[in-house]
Design a protein around this ligand. Sequence first.
Ligand code: IVH
Length: 702
Amino acid sequence: MNEKDRILYLRKTLHEHNYKYYVLNQPDISDQEFDFLMHELQDLEARHPELYDANSPTLRVGSDLNQNFTQVAHKYPMLSLANTYNEQDVADWYDSVRRGLDGEDFEVCCEMKYDGLSISLTYVDGKLVRGVTRGDGVHGDDVTANVRTIRCIPLVLKEGSGYPHEFEIRGEILMPWKVFERLNAEREAAEEPLFANPRNAASGTLKSQNSRLVASRQLDSYLYYLLGDTLPSDGHYENLQTAASWGFKISQGMKKVKTLQEIYDYINYWDTERKNLPVATDGIVLKVNSLRQQRSLGYTAKSPRWAIAYKFKAERACTRLNEVSYQVGRTGAVTPVANMDAVQLAGTVVKRATLNNEDFIRNFDLHIGDYVYVEKGGEIIPKIVGVDIDRRPEDAQPVKFIDKCPECGTPLVRYEGEAAHYCPNDTGCPPQIKGRIEHFIARRAMNIDSLGPETVDEYYRRGLVHNIADLYTIKVQDINGSGNRERSARKIVDGIAASKQVPFERVVFALGIRFVGETSARLLARHFKTMDALQNASMQQLMEVEGVGEVIAKSVIAYFHNPVNQDIVERLRSYGLQMQLSEEQITGASDKLAGKSIVISGVFAKHSRDEYKALIEQHGGKNVGSISGKTSFILAGDNMGPSKLQKAEKLGIPLVNEDDFLDMIEGDVVADTENEAAAEDVAAPIQEEKPRADANGQLSLF
Ligand code: IVH
């Protein structure tokens, strides 16, 4: 056999062994033998770069190359399922199907509802060509390089197994419980923030820019939906069984049934049995089995009429409350945390739960030593849902909320109408200072992506930065302590310097003034035009800005009143940050949309339709009423009508959401259009803080 044939042979053999190991769970060679063959292939491929194949099993290890995901339009939109929570809802759905089919007999396929993130895989001539995330259902991120590292996803299908020339298969990417627990244990040891649940961990992983990291995270996948012009049969169940014979790992425990009683039996069985599954599930999916009947039932605007999800009830455990500790967040909000005896709950060990605020503690009349009921909600963040008063020890003491900040000792305040206590020492309290810097560098603020939260933490500890202005004084030699990190140090310093070009309205947002989110920052900047004017604005002037109420106005005044902040703003000015709107923004005109025909559709959060019309015109574009081949793009809000969606899809017209549109006309930000949990290492904005998973899908509390 020549080397080329040997390469082809080894690729085929290794694909087969992969399948036996990761899909069937039945390896028939040892790990050592597998590695041996893999090494041989790696060596041969290194000698024959001309035989490169993106689907080679050697490439499952991923690469460190940074990949910016491209957005891809889904051939068929990725819809979600309507949820039901009880037997009556299921019965109502079953009846609606029967009526929809005019009394015709039908079968229902019951299967697990996996709690991961959905993925759409395209195969052409038996080869994986693309893997795309759900995104907004119409467009998703092309994460093919990452998907290729997931061992149970076949790169090449079994030869001669009869797969169609081209098809799409959808399913869920998951992080198995075991991997999740190990990962979090490692993160805890390294004092890194923990992932709140396997779904967030899988999502953060799949959207990582580093496919080698993805490869190391041992993701799993189950596929549950086959799409294409030529499918093997009219039955969903049958199609998936056939897909299994091509090499896919399909949904476990699929079962075809006819009656409602059989559906209930299936639900009841899996409600308990799912605890033995290696991955997270949160319900059952019921699908009308016949594709012909599916087509005849059709879709509502959001979901198919032929399928429904039944969500399991949250699991509950009872355990002892030992202590209440307090966490100070980036905005100074103080969150009480219950520390309890460890208890097993819905797949993980739970030791802590959020207590939200003082009222929450008071409502439950919590005492130290109480036995409390803990549940995981949809987010799997444990919360206390009740107390077993009968088990309260006689001498138990009520929980008393603290009155001083546990980080800096400042007396806490509770603002009128707010449930949370705050530490008001926003310029001197360590977590607040670090939080403010993290907010400042975030993508939507100053976009200093050469720095991350860990680096900020390190610089703060080393005394390099005490506030946001200090960032601009950092020198390469300050960072480059050991002398061998010059390149990365230079990158950091350059990244900080580049942020001096970030437009004024994002500078206003980046300051982290409490209650001033992205939208209010934009409104304030547009209204006052310069930092000077904003700094000197009176309460009345501030409240004249549309969308700015008393709370925001007061907060702006308080911010600029504080001498520490005044000093910071002055320093930022002296370092050359943008302290006023650009000429273009003042006149409001540009030619950024010149020659573009734009259709506006749907409902928007940041501006009215009329405002968007005006913006399009100000920037040289043309607003048109209906979609045609000449439409450049659709400015798409929520709830865009299905017929418009279809037409856009058919003509291949891109959809642009409002954030991306605003970025397009305003500047240089890379828009984050993904609506599932964002990739790792992106700082979450300061305004969003709550004791829950942040935009990174990570939970800072636990
Ligand atoms: S079928 C048009 N089957 O649940 C229906 N979805 O809310 C396509 N999911 O986005 C989905 N397990 O991520 C289907 N066995 C299963 C599923 C499943 C989990 C997820 C999927 C989808 C969401 C629907």
